[in-house]
Design a protein around this ligand. Structure first.
Ligand code: BES
Ligand code: MN
Ligand code: MN
Length: 457
């Protein structure tokens, strides 16, 4: 029945998603403020059309939150769907085969910024609601909270959650904003890394200088910054910040073995990325390096002359944006402090250093013995014909830890993307198989969740 409904409405589902993807909801860029709001309004309308009793835009000091609910019967369990309708900036634009906000389908994939992260995945939930509603098989109450600031650190969502505790009352949070191992190997994410993100500024002379007249006699802040960054890792690929690993939970041999049993082909991984060798902390596999180990990466570095041709200049300033991915029980505030102290200590007297924290978030590990996890697992088995493998993803959704802290709610990370979907990169896309199977899986989740909850009462 569900399958039939999807087949009959396939084109309409895609058209509606396409129209949503056309709206450039880039939260980081203030020039798109109206587009962000328009994307929120579009979602609100679609939620009403899908059968929500009520949907609204709730203002925050930043971009609005879209809230909707369908309360079937207060005695039934309530699922709170979280996602985000904002997207990453699309640049570099010249590397897109088709423009980021003119969605097209090629090779059974829809190409657009936000196709996978996260509009495409949020839209699966909207269509799952429509289906359950039209077919009269909605076995739970449903609430939606879809934010517009995830890609810029969910700055205002913490306060939003605190002031809307009653409204957000639920039994579990359901999130589709992560990836599967592959179409052949469905998986459920059970861990996400935390984040500490800082910007650093190194200042040398009080103005840009002639690199011939002064070069060699005055510290060049770019040269200095490069040395400082290089000093943040040792030969073993470990981060050198004192105290960085102090609170890291080491997994047992058994846990590591289980994690490494997940299907992973190193040759394919390297081929897909065009690299001859992988890299990272020695003593750990690639799955461990992204899943259970903390890391430090420069995300951007600039300064001096970067225009066409050569300009001889000894710059006054150099900058970098640095992220640290964190694992349980690292605390992002402590890590940011440790970084700041150490980074400043690395600077020679010839420069001045400023560190600005940009954002942070806690890592999470979600339960694997809860009714909701069992329901998600059963839903995957039903639709994909295979038991999903629990995985730890390297990305971050800082709000998941906050939901636990502020609402006491666990999340189920039932994502349907693929690592190859190019999220945050040019040519982001989302497979139509992922999209339609995802919708089916979500519908199955509700049925199993209601059943398991009822039998546990
Ligand atoms: N959906 C991603 C996070 C993600 C991607 C988790 C793939 C697991 C697998 C999310 O939108 C994201 O990009 N988060 C940011 C953090 C945020 C604070 C800017 C990230 O991970 O860089
Ligand atoms: Mn996302
Ligand atoms: Mn993202």
């Amino acid at each position: 029945m569900v399958n039939n409904y999807i087949l009959q409405n396939r084109q309409r589902f895609l058209d509606e998603l396409t129209n949503w993807l056309r709206i450039p909801s880039i939260s980081a860029d203030s020039r798109f403020k109206n587009d962000v709001r328009n994307a929120a309004s579009y979602l609100k309308e679609q939620l009403i059309a899908a059968g929500a009793d009520h949907a609204e835009l709730i203002e925050t000091p930043g971009h609005p939150v879209v809230y909707a609910e369908k309360i079937v019967n207060p005695a039934l369990p309530t699922v709170l769907v979280y996602g985000h309708y904002d997207v990453q900036p699309p640049d570099p634009l010249n590397l897109w085969i088709s423009p980021p906000f003119e969605p097209v389908i090629r090779d059974e994939k829809i190409y657009a910024r936000g196709a996978c992260d996260d509009k495409g995945q949020v839209y699966m939930h909207v269509k799952a609601l429509e289906i359950m509603n039209r077919l009269n098989v909605l076995p739970c109450n449903v609430k939606f909270m879809v934010e517009g600031e995830e890609e810029v650190g969910s700055e205002h969502l913490g306060q939003f959650v605190k002031t809307n505790r009653d409204k957000l009352k639920a039994d579990v949070i359901l999130i589709s904003d992560t990836a599967l191992i592959s179409l052949e190997h469905p998986s459920i994410t059970v861990g996400l890394r935390g984040l500490s993100y800082v910007e650093v500024e190194v200042t040398g002379p009080n103005r840009d200088l002639h690199s011939g007249v002064y070069g060699g006699a005055v510290a060049n802040p770019i040269n200095v910054l490069a040395r400082m960054i290089a000093a943040l890792h040792d030969e073993q690929g470990r981060v050198t910040i004192p105290g960085f690993y102090d609170r890291v939970i080491e997994l047992t041999a058994g846990e590591r073995e289980a994690l490494n049993r997940a299907p992973f082909n190193l040759e394919n991984y390297k081929n897909e990325l065009g690299i001859d060798e992988v890299h990272g902390e020695s003593g750990y596999t690639t799955l461990e390096r992204t899943g259970i180990r903390p890391t430090l990466d420069v995300n951007g570095i600039w300064g001096g002359y970067t225009g066409e041709g050569a300009k001889t200049v000894l710059p006054s300033k150099a900058y970098a944006k640095i992220s640290m991915r964190l694992v349980p029980e690292q605390d992002h505030r402590t890590i940011t402090e440790q970084f700041t102290r150490y980074f400043i200590s690395l600077a020679p007297k010839s420069v001045k250093v400023k560190v600005t924290p940009l954002h942070g978030g806690e890592p999470v590990v979600t339960p694997t013995h809860s009714p909701a996890f069992h329901a998600a697992s059963a839903a995957f088995e039903e639709v994909w014909g295979k038991q999903p493998i629990p995985t730890r993803d390297g990305g971050s959704i800082p709000i998941v830890a906050l939901f636990k802290k502020e609402l006491g709610l666990d999340s189920v990370l039932m994502g349907f993307g693929l690592d190859s979907d190019a999220i945050h990169s040019p040519n982001e896309h989302f497979g139509l198989t992922n999209f339609f199977r995802g919708i089916e899986t979500i519908v199955a989740f509700y049925r199993h969740y209601a059943r398991i909850k009822q039998s546990s009462n």
